[in-house]
Design a protein. Structure first.
Length: 76
């Protein structure tokens, strides 16, 4: 089966919004998603380095986009 990776990345970024929280560094989300997808989101500048010991990942340019995508795909 061919998978549209752009759609997968978009939905993953939207789902990251579900688990966002603020810490002293900014907006973070729990990184319980595919490492392959998280790596692509990192490469596109949406999140900060996912390959750390932390259980969460910092959202960079993707912070506002994550919220917009969540509302677009999941809000009633």
């Amino acid at each position: 089966m061919d998978i549209d990776k752009e759609k997968v990345d978009e939905i993953t970024l939207a789902l990251l919004y579900l688990t966002t929280f603020k810490d002293r560094h900014g907006l973070r989300a729990w990184k319980s998603h595919s490492w392959e997808v998280l790596d692509r989101l990192h490469e596109s500048g949406q999140i900060y380095e996912p390959a750390t010991k932390a259980r969460s990942v910092m959202l960079t340019e993707g912070a506002e986009r994550s919220k917009r995508l969540f509302e677009k795909h999941f809000a009633k």
